[in-house]
Write a protein that binds this ligand. Structure first.
Ligand code: ZN
Length: 509
């Protein structure tokens, strides 16, 4: 949310820059600047900055591996190394080579274990808030969606836009999903991705779905994102219009609006992209704005990416393209890149697809590091929350990370006489407890002796039976490089990530 920023931005334009060569000196304070979490986070970062030499950042790239907890990073490291034929255990992911790191505390205003909505808001707007809500502070009332209108936040992307920076967002999930939408949307209901998902009461109260909010997002200087790439096309199309890629599918919207076409018509020099060919054809070195929606819902898992009709770019390809486009702005840029489906693989109890997406995200991080100057670009890699993935037993060095635990080349048997995999989940759809025809629950671990646990689609065993594996509440990692990265050390609150970015960009005081 921007209040009075348009006027202030004009005034700033007349004044020119003062503190750095590329930033407006006096971007107005975010509307949440008096929130208690905001104040505490800002002060914690300021206190660290006072004792450390820090430099201003020109650009920020925030990489979020959704659900990419530390056990997932460790497993992804071994997976990526082994996939390259190298020693997996000693392999280093690009993210692990960044010079600074810290732990991030992910609890929210109302929960010990977070969902992706308030954790994204912590990073994009510097406050802790309620599970399930986006772009609002603790002042929101989850039972009253209209309360979002009076409890909103100004995000880093809005502050950046106010000072003339370029802005972008890339996600492999729907672009209306919790993490990317925390840049531009304000809602008490993260599931209202299109109007088809909204309650009648919500519509009656004048609340707006997230896709509609994206089309209306202008930042403060009126022209919206320079780059938007992800999935979720159906949320922007009416349910009467056929999908451009899948002839048997249609849009989801009930209000008849074709938001993607509306976005294109809002301003000149705008391009809509729906497939790899369109992605390849776009002039990323030009000044045009691009809105790319590669799938009706989420983009494919990286391991499935080349199986679709018209193909999709990888997250590394999208990252390279976004940086190329955004870096033409001399005032700098703010970019989020989300590996959104690490989380989905884990929820499905499908470790391999999650690790495939984590490894693909790491390639995007490597691409960004190669394209940017560490003297001017702050790069942060983190997760919004963890999952219940466990790495267990005493598997021998070089054992396939997706395999059964072996010691001395022999399968290790549990007390039930059966082998077990190195990776498993505490809960989820792979539970060994199943409901019987007589409605009683029986826990009986299947024998994996003759099962190829490395086959794509294998579901790791879990204990507690849940339809969807849950998030985990332990701290997640932050890795960082560039100006301001040295403000990360020890264990920090998740919302301090916003304050490191905003203070390093000199967008907040
Ligand atoms: Zn999740």
């Amino acid at each position: 949310m921007i209040r009075n920023l348009a006027v202030s931005a004009l005034a700033l334009g007349a004044m020119g820059c003062a503190t750095t060569s590329y930033r407006a000196a006096d971007v107005p304070a975010p509307v949440q600047a008096a929130d208690s979490y905001f104040v505490k986070g800002a002060n914690a970062v300021k206190a660290r900055a006072a004792t450390r030499a820090t430099k201003p950042a020109k650009n920020v790239i925030l990489f979020v591996g959704d659900g990419m907890g530390i056990s997932t990073i460790t497993a992804a490291r071994i997976y990526a190394g082994q996939a390259k034929g190298l020693d997996g255990e000693s392999y280093q992911l690009a993210m692990e080579k960044l010079p600074y790191s810290a732990f991030s505390k992910t609890y929210t205003h109302d929960a010990q274990v977070a969902d992706s909505a308030p954790t994204a808001v912590a990073m994009t707007a510097g406050v802790k808030s309620y599970n399930g809500s986006i772009g609002v502070t603790q002042a929101a009332n989850l039972k009253d969606c209209a309360s979002a209108k009076t409890s909103g936040t100004t995000t880093l992307w809005e502050l950046g836009k106010a000072s003339g920076m370029a802005t972008g967002v890339v996600s492999t999930a729907t672009i209306t999903h919790a993490t990317p939408s925390a840049i531009y949307a304000e809602t008490t209901e993260r599931d209202w991705e299109s109007d088809a998902s909204m309650s009648a009461a919500g519509k009656a109260a004048g609340c707006k779905d997230i896709a509609a909010q994206l089309i209306d997002w202008t930042g403060s200087n009126g022209n919206g994102f320079d780059v938007i790439m992800g999935g979720g096309r159906a949320n922007f199309m009416p349910n009467t219009v056929a999908d451009p890629e899948y002839a048997d599918r249609k849009g989801r919207r009930l209000d008849g609006r074709n938001l993607a076409e509306e976005w294109k018509a809002q301003a000149p020099n705008r391009t809509l992209v729906t497939d790899k060919a369109g992605f390849d054809a776009f002039d990323w070195t030009g000044a045009g704005q691009v809105f790319a929606l590669f799938e009706p819902s989420h983009m494919q898992y990286d391991l499935d990416r080349n199986k679709t009709d018209k193909g999709e770019p990888s997250i590394a390809e999208m990252t390279r393209a976004a940086i190329t486009r955004l870096s033409s702005n001399p005032k700098g840029f703010v970019l989020m890149v989300e590996g959104g489906r690490v989380d989905h693989g884990l929820h499905a109890g499908d470790a391999q697809r999650a690790l495939g997406d984590a490894a693909a995200l790491d390639e995007a991080i490597a691409a960004a590091l190669a394209m940017t100057d560490a003297d001017e670009t702050l790069i942060i890699v983190t997760a919004d929350h963890s999952h219940t993935l466990a790495m267990q037993g005493y598997p021998q060095r070089g054992n396939p990370i997706l395999g059964l635990v072996k010691e001395n080349d022999q399968l290790v048997l549990a007390r039930d006489g059966k082998p077990y995999t190195t990776l498993s989940f505490a809960n989820g759809p792979g539970s060994v407890c199943k409901e019987q025809p007589d409605k009683k629950w029986l826990c009986d671990r299947p024998d994996l002796t003759n099962v190829d646990t490395t086959a794509l689609g294998f579901q790791q065993q879990a204990l507690i039976p849940l339809g969807s594996e849950t998030h985990g509440g332990e701290d997640v990692a932050i890795f960082a490089s560039g100006p301001g990265a040295n403000l990360f050390s020890g264990t920090v609150e998740q919302n301090e990530i916003f304050h490191v970015m905003a203070q390093s960009l000199r967008l907040t005081k």
